[in-house]
Design a protein around this ligand. Structure first.
Ligand code: 5RP
Length: 239
């Protein structure tokens, strides 16, 4: 089994939570793409759900599969969102944004009754931060904003290389919202809440990839089987 097989297993498990008539948030990334593909097959077989995608990429994939789509403006309350993550800890704190969709992902997650994270076991960590933290910033004054991110992150106990994300064309990567992304290689983030608060104080920062207190359940598939982690922080024992 490859990591991609485990991603698909987690996605298939999450699909069991979907019921007819639900309003769903669809995440972004390779794991979420498995979920969308499997959901598409169910829709083709007659399941009726209404979905809000968290990125233009997911919108295109879901549309190609015939999944009924809406916008968050038309449907501002969702029953369930299924999304991937770059890292998750035992308290279901997450790092997201590797795919650059963190802003829409966080807005959609916040408006959902339940956020379910699907991942392969390599995403589980004891301490967040090995994966660089994405920070979405407005383009105007981005150098000044980068300096402020560095300074305030330092005060929150985090330091490391901060790079402006580049796209395949080597130009700065631009998000669906028209912003830039800073990738912050802080290493271990000992106090994610403190860092999150510090980043939120910076005017040019739109959002950051720390998802704290948002995930209700994580479905993690690995060589030992499928593990479920609940937001009450009790680990499932079915691995
Ligand atoms: C996109 C995300 C993704 O969920 C995260 O990057 C995980 O991606 P993948 O499932 O491809 O490993 O946050 O912004």
């Amino acid at each position: 089994m490859t990591p991609d097989d485990f991603k698909r297993q987690a996605a298939a498990e999450a699909l069991k939570l979907v019921e007819a008539g639900m309003r769903l948030g669809l995440g972004t990334g390779s794991t979420a793409a498995h979920f969308v593909e499997l959901l598409g097959a169910r829709v083709k077989a007659g399941l009726d759900v209404l979905c809000v995608p968290t990125s233009e990429a997911t919108r295109a994939q879901a549309a190609s599969l015939g999944i009924r789509l809406t916008t968050l403006d038309e449907t501002p309350e969702l029953d369930l969102t299924v999304d991937g993550a770059d890292e998750l800890d035992n308290d279901l704190r997450l790092i997201k944004g590797g795919g650059g969709a963190l802003l829409r992902e966080k807005i959609v997650a916040a408006t959902s009754d339940r956020l379910v994270i699907i991942a392969d076991a390599s995403k589980r960590v004891a301490t967040l931060g090995a994966f660089p933290l994405a920070v979405e910033i407005v383009r105007f004054g981005h150098i000044a904003t980068t300096n402020m991110v560095r300074d305030l992150a330092n005060e929150a106990g985090c330091s490391g290389t901060i790079g402006l994300r580049a796209g395949r064309d080597r130009q700065p990567f631009v998000t669906d919202g028209g912003n830039y992304i800073l990738d912050c290689a802080f290493g271990a983030i000992e106090d994610p809440e403190m860092l999150d608060e510090a980043l939120k104080m910076i005017p040019g920062v739109v959002e950051n990839g720390l998802f704290l207190g948002l995930a209700d359940l994580a479905i993690v598939a690995g060589p030992g089987g499928i593990l479920t982690l609940e937001a009450n922080w009790d680990a499932g024992d079915d691995e």
